[in-house]
Design a protein around this ligand. Structure first.
Ligand code: TXA
Ligand code: MG
Length: 319
């Protein structure tokens, strides 16, 4: 079932209905500023297990707990002064923080790790829902495992259909890429996944460069191991100024990017900025796939949101 809700001022009866489904152990897909999430009561192991079933997600890939307020983090994780300063500066927002977990968090959420990932999303519907549910909401992106993340309710329905009790539809998301994930359990801040929170802003805040995750960390952040974000057609990259690779047939391909396409493509999805490219990249993947076209995606510049966009395009193309 899909229910439309006002993005800025969600209707109380809609939120109460969705919250009661969560409290009763059901699944609710809901919008956040990054992508749509597939939510369950984060303190009920049985409810959390339904998420893995609905997505076909490997059970060792841990979930993010979504909170309505940073002050609730303390109940779920060990929050030191550095962590609370980061929360004050970046929440609500597209930053997920990995901390040492507390024993009330089910192993289904942490994937059996000693850590838990937390985030307060910057979206009125998500915040109202979590607040009304009165529990942390465990939520991965609301796509089938391995597919592009959903940036609107239609994409959620296409992937999960009847596998979810309710989809809250508040239209398109703002950012279009998932949250940035950082690990704060050690002395150095480790970047587990580039995303909506801009790396340069984080580095300015910490006064140090973020350490990219090494192999040991990748084992501890299992999501980074899997092929991800991928449509079923091929995804190739093209850098502005380069010749199109001979093996690409533009007549059978769709182009996405901010620059003018380097050939006559069967379809062109143009974006006016890297931000709008980020917002539209997953929907673009899904559209071109539905048209049966291979995808040529412009390779973004390695700065700002472009770093996260590169990560998703790289992984979709399995480069
Ligand atoms: O923007 C987002 O982050 C969206 C919205 C719904 O909030 N959620 C999302 O969740 O993208 P998901 O499950 O698709 O990605 C979560 C990532 C995965 O790569 C997972 O491995 C990592 O966070 N993760 C979760 N808990 C972790 C932990 N305790 N330690 C290390 N990595 C963790
Ligand atoms: Mg995901």
């Amino acid at each position: 079932m899909i229910i439309k809700t006002n993005r800025w001022n969600p209707e109380a009866e809609v939120i109460l209905k969705a919250a009661s489904i969560l409290r009763d152990g059901g699944l609710v897909a809901f919008p956040t500023e990054t992508v749509y999430g597939l939510g369950a009561n984060g303190l009920k192991a049985e409810a959390v297990r339904k998420i893995f079933l609905a997505k076909g997600r490997p059970s060792d890939n841990p979930l993010i707990l979504h909170l309505a307020d940073a002050k609730d983090a303390e109940k779920l994780a060990e929050v030191d002064s550095r962590a609370s300063e980061v929360m004050a500066a970046f929440w609500p927002g597209p930053l997920t923080i990995v901390l040492k977990t507390r024993s009330c968090v089910p192993a289904e959420v942490t994937g059996g790790l000693a850590t838990v990932a937390l985030r307060v999303p910057a979206h009125p519907v998500a915040l109202a829902l979590i607040e009304a549910a009165g529990c942390p909401v465990a939520a991965p992106s609301a796509n089938l495992s391995g597919r592009p993340s959903p940036t609107d309710a239609e994409a959620v329905a296409a992937d999960l259909g009847n596998g979810v009790d309710l989809i809250l539809d508040a239209g398109c998301v703002d950012i279009g890429l998932e949250s940035t994930v950082i690990d704060l359990t050690g002395r150095k801040v480790v970047l587990l996944r580039p995303g909506g929170a801009i790396i340069e802003r984080l580095e300015a805040f910490f006064g140090e460069s973020l350490e990219p995750a090494d192999d040991d960390f990748k084992r501890r952040s299992p999501g980074t191991r899997y092929k991800h974000y991928a449509p079923s057609v091929s995804v190739r990259v093209w850098t502005a100024g380069d010749r199109l690779h001979d093996s690409i047939d533009p007549a059978k391909s769709g182009f996405m990017g901010v620059s003018a396409p380097p050939a006559e493509f069967a379809r062109v999805i143009s974006f006016e900025s890297e931000e709008s490219y980020a917002r539209g990249v997953f929907a673009g993947f899904r559209q071109l796939e539905a048209n049966g076209l291979n995808i040529v995606a412009e390779w973004p510049k390695p700065q700002g949101i472009g770093l996260a966009l590169r990560d998703r395009i790289r992984r979709a193309s399995q480069l």
